[in-house]
Design a protein around this ligand. Structure first.
Ligand code: P6P
Length: 336
């Protein structure tokens, strides 16, 4: 494995370690890359075409659906349906999951959950946005219609997960359970190339990411943790630095590389937090654990939560293991 190698060569090299691999997952990941390239191009044209701004309709979350949200959702749907490896997809942008017809008679074994363009309201102000995705084996019998149970699986059952960040460059970061690798899109060849091999998040960081505008609605343990981050203690390199972009993938990606913790707590206005378990919490929790970090709802491992419905929300704390542990201790002490 060498930096700069294409994701295709990387997958072929990795597949040599799994002689029984069928290549189905690789084909699925290739379809995700294809959609990501098209969306990346569109985002970079956003200021030029008439594709920024709202559609005038709200998604199931009650959020103003941006034109690019719809474009991204359609692109991933088309690409995943056409690859023949996916029997169904659930998206932040759709009220319910959609089933895909077999391609060339092949019965697919994977389902995909996706937030096609998270943070899209940031696009027209030039802030990075992202795609988040989770891949599972279906649990209902192959060849039968996909069911909701195929999508309501705990995150620890993920086969693979990843995110794409559309920023100063377009990066694909994913894991199939053998560590985390980052690939940067080289537009000159239209290929994702290995740029961050074997990503590992520092066990301790000095960055905390939270919307402090909600401070007075936070649980007491979170308030105590923020006071801990802001206290002066030179022996522990405190105060930490506050960094909050307001785009989950961008905040998470920075903390992955530099160390840090991202917090989206429950609050009086959001008793279960804002972020969605299935297509935001679970993919990032899978990635961060593969990189040596942690993700909890303050008390339980995100990957152990049993989903009850597609768009359920969860309090979300993710990043460097020691920081997530410290926050958890304060929540137990002040909010149990
Ligand atoms: P707030 C963007 O709308 C998003 O879903 C995430 O990308 C981001 O982390 C969060 O919401 C920001 O929420 O309430 O701080 O604006």
């Amino acid at each position: 494995m060498q930096t700069g190698m294409s994701v295709y060569d990387f997958i072929i090299e990795k597949q040599a370690d799994f002689p029984h691999a069928t290549g189905d997952l690789s084909a699925l990941l290739t379809s995700i890359q294809h959609a990501a390239k098209v969306i990346s191009w569109q985002i970079n044209q956003a200021g030029l075409g008439n594709i920024i701004g709202a559609t005038g309709i709200d998604n199931i979350q009650g959020e103003a659906q941006q034109k690019l949200d719809l474009f991204a959702n359609d692109k991933f749907k088309q690409s995943l349906a056409a690859c023949g490896e996916v029997c169904g997809m659930a998206s932040e942008e759709d009220d319910d999951y959609v089933a895909f017809e077999p391609v060339n008679g092949k019965t697919a074994k994977y389902v995909v959950l996706i937030d096609p363009l998270d943070g899209s309201s940031n696009i027209d102000v030039g802030v990075s946005v992202g795609t988040l995705f989770s891949i599972y084996h279906r649990v209902s019998p192959i060849g039968t219609p996909v069911t909701k149970a195929d999508f309501l699986q705990p995150g620890r059952h993920q086969v693979a997960a990843g995110y794409i960040i559309y920023g100063s460059s377009t990066m694909l970061v994913y894991s199939t359970g053998q560590g985390v690798n980052g690939f940067t899109l080289d537009p000159s060849i239209g290929c994702f190339c290995l740029s961050y091999p074997n990503i590992s998040i520092p066990q301790q960081g000095h960055i905390y990411s939270v919307n402090e505008g909600n401070y007075f609605k936070f649980p007491a343990g979170v308030k105590q943790y923020l006071k801990f981050c802001q206290a002066i203690d030179e022996t522990d390199n405190r105060p930490y630095t506050s960094r909050y972009i307001g785009s989950l993938v961008a905040d998470f990606h920075r903390n992955m590389l530099k160390g840090g913790i991202f917090l989206y707590p429950s609050g009086t206005n959001a008793p279960n937090g804002k972020l969605r378990l299935l297509y935001e919490g679970n993919p990032l929790a899978f990635i961060v654990e593969q990189a040596g970090g942690k993700a909890t709802n303050g008390y339980q491992r995100i990957l152990d939560l049993s989903p009850m419905e597609l768009h359920q929300r969860t309090p979300f704390y993710i990043g460097s293991a020691h920081m997530v542990d410290k926050l958890g201790q304060l929540l137990v002490a002040f909010d149990s």
